[in-house]
Design a protein around this ligand. Structure first.
Ligand code: FRU
Length: 608
């Protein structure tokens, strides 16, 4: 007998072996089968028949996406772009099969590599994909924040559809459930009663034949104007494919499930960038108002039923910053502190063109009559946050007690896809309560940390001291794991620079300074830890501060991978990500050109 097998025979034998291993690899699912066929030139077909919930797809982050098409009964029931692993597995993502239990499911994809040895079945994904009833979302990330919202897994960008109803805050968000880079946009979903503790829900709105699900808003249709039911939550969102169109979906079970409106889309245009609808009820004119980001302007539409929309006006030409495309608008009315007056605020996120490059949030203050927004200070550009990581900021609809609560995505399009996490990417900012204040006749937006954040405070330590030179406090608080708040009240005594440096034993630091001469507050993250993943990350950000104040008040929210500074109750805010290899546990206070007094330095450990 000839014991020498040809290469082809060995290959066939190995292929059969691999198929057998896949077919019988999970003892708990005896009826499950997973069979991968090599169709040549990278084309693969996977036959699945299972009662198990997920197919776990292995992802390799650095390689290009592959379009995976899921077919049941000859119909394409799902399409996802996945970086299917060829050389190594960085992490897995779950493909939910539960709707097709016991049916024959086909997956079709073409791996990028045409190399006969490395391509196709020898690609790691073909060996590693597996059926499972569970998907492990246990945290594997050292940079995952303790008290900021982050997705359980996968990519997140803009907060979407924020609405409050029946004691619950809903937070939807741009989610890629098939990888930790941008793509496959779905609306992820989480619910909270206190803006701090979030219950993760399944994705609420998933892509369909009209496109992926881009940003948008949600309202409570109390009077049943749309006919979906009184009190229905109606989500209004952009669908992205070759063009961008606006669609709606409704929920009559407090956001637990959504039904897409059968006559979507409800608004179209020949403009290329036509997205991010923000809808609210305008009491005075008894109509719904929609703001849409269109190129570098905001367009305003009105409707009586959320389905038929009429163009009213556009805003933007010659106003504010235009370094990039305008995105994610919001429009709301706020009282002006210390007066009986109210003014309208138009939030306008733009990318690029922020004060320190990339994405940022500008705003305009003025009037709105149901048709037109008029900016009261056309020559001014006003920024809502002076850090690098505050984008797509929008507010909750129907928040209780007339509150106007905003939240932002805490990243920047310049490097969002590169930050050093992998199970998930990018959290949100802490929630902020908005109000208006006036300085020298000019009205500005104040973003104060939401009062719910006080609930996070655990043990604290208070100190007061004078700084003339340097004052070091090692190990600011016991058991510091990198999630804390610092509350500072400083009285200047002729110092030119009032500085403090958070740092760790690795020499990584975030340096903050009030420059009293230049009237600036700055935050320098150039030596904050891992800063090398993108050239736009290392940065010193700064903002002008009000002059003539000898008492300085500051609250700093530090988490595993961020520092948010609220100067003077949120009159100036600075939000920056940082990636230290270990928490900043020490602080140095320093002065230049004179001394200052720290009337109160309180550090609170924060815990959920
Ligand atoms: C802003 C944005 C939106 C768009 C979404 C897509 O970050 O570009 O304009 O709807 O992200 O994910």
């Amino acid at each position: 007998m000839n014991v020498l097998f040809s290469f082809k025979q060995v290959q066939t034998f190995l292929t059969i072996l691999v198929m057998m291993i896949f077919s019988f690899s999970d003892a708990s699912a005896d009826t499950s089968s997973l069979l991968i066929k090599d169709l040549g030139e990278g084309h693969c077909l996977v036959h699945i028949n299972t009662n198990q919930r997920y197919l776990l797809l292995p992802v390799e982050e650095v390689i290009p996406d592959v379009r995976v098409s899921m077919i049941v009964n000859n119909k394409e029931v799902n399409v996802a772009d996945v970086r299917l692993a060829v050389n190594r597995v960085d992490y897995f993502v779950p493909l939910d099969l539960s709707d097709y239990a016991g049916k024959n499911i086909l997956l079709k994809f073409k791996l990028g590599s045409n190399d006969p040895i490395r391509g196709k079945l020898s690609a790691v994904c073909c060996k590693e994909m597996k059926l499972s009833d569970t998907f492990d979302t246990g945290n594997r990330e050292k940079f995952r924040p303790t008290y900021h919202f982050s997705p359980l897994y996968g990519w997140m960008n803009d907060p979407n559809g924020m609405v409050y109803k029946d004691g619950e805050y809903h937070l939807f968000y741009q989610h890629n459930p098939y990888g930790s880079k941008w793509g496959n946009m779905h609306w992820g979903h989480a619910i909270s009663k206190d803006l701090i503790n979030w219950e993760h829900r399944p994705d609420a709105i998933t892509p369909d034949a009209l496109g992926t699900i881009f940003s948008g808003s949600a309202v409570v249709d109390t009077d049943n104007t749309a006919g979906f039911g009184a009190g229905a939550i109606v989500a209004i969102y952009t669908q992205n494919s070759d063009r961008q169109v606006q669609s709606i979906a409704y929920s009559t079970d407090n956001g637990r499930s959504f039904t897409k409106y059968e006559n979507n889309p409800v608004l179209t245009s020949d403009a290329r960038d036509f997205r991010d609808p923000k809808v609210f009820w305008h009491k005075e004119t008894q109509r719904w108002i929609m703001l849409l980001a269109v190129g570098q302007e905001m367009q305003i539409f009105s409707s009586s039923n959320l389905k038929d929309w009429a163009f009213e006006s556009s805003f933007g030409e010659g106003q504010g910053a235009h370094g990039g495309v305008w995105e994610c608008p919001d429009l709301f009315e706020l009282p002006v502190d210390g007066t009986n007056e109210k003014k309208w605020v138009l939030l306008c996120n733009l990318n690029p063109g922020g004060p320190f490059g990339g994405s940022a949030t500008q705003y305009f203050v003025g009037t709105f009559n149901g048709k037109e927004f008029v900016n009261e200070s056309p020559s001014q550009t006003k920024w809502m946050d002076w850090g690098k990581d505050h984008y797509a900021a929008v507010t909750w609809s129907d928040a209780p007690d007339n509150r106007r609560i905003a939240i932002a995505w805490m990243s920047n399009w310049q490097y969002a896809n590169d930050v050093p996490t992998s199970q998930y990417r990018s959290p949100n900012s802490v929630p902020r309560d908005l109000s208006l204040f006036t300085v020298d006749g000019e009205t500005y937006l104040q973003s104060a940390p939401s009062p719910e954040l006080l609930k996070l405070r655990d043990i604290s330590k208070k100190r007061s001291f004078k700084v003339n030179g340097t004052r070091t406090i090692k190990d600011m608080i016991a058991g510091n794991e990198g999630a804390y708040e610092i509350e500072l009240t400083i009285e200047n005594q002729y110092a030119d620079v009032i500085g403090f440096r958070l740092y760790n034993d690795k020499g990584e630091e975030v340096d903050m300074q009030y420059d009293m001469k230049e009237k600036k507050f700055s935050m320098d993250r150039r030596k904050s830890g891992d800063v090398g993943f993108n050239e736009n990350f290392p940065m010193l950000t700064w903002t002008a501060i009000e002059s003539g104040k000898d008492e300085l008040k500051l609250r700093l929210f530090v988490d595993k991978s961020s520092v948010e500074a609220f100067v003077d109750g949120g009159r100036f805010v600075m939000t920056n990500q940082v990636f230290p290899s270990e928490p900043y546990t020490h602080i140095d206070f320093y002065s230049k050109g004179g001394a200052y007094k720290v009337d109160s330095f309180v550090i609170y450990k924060l815990k959920k």
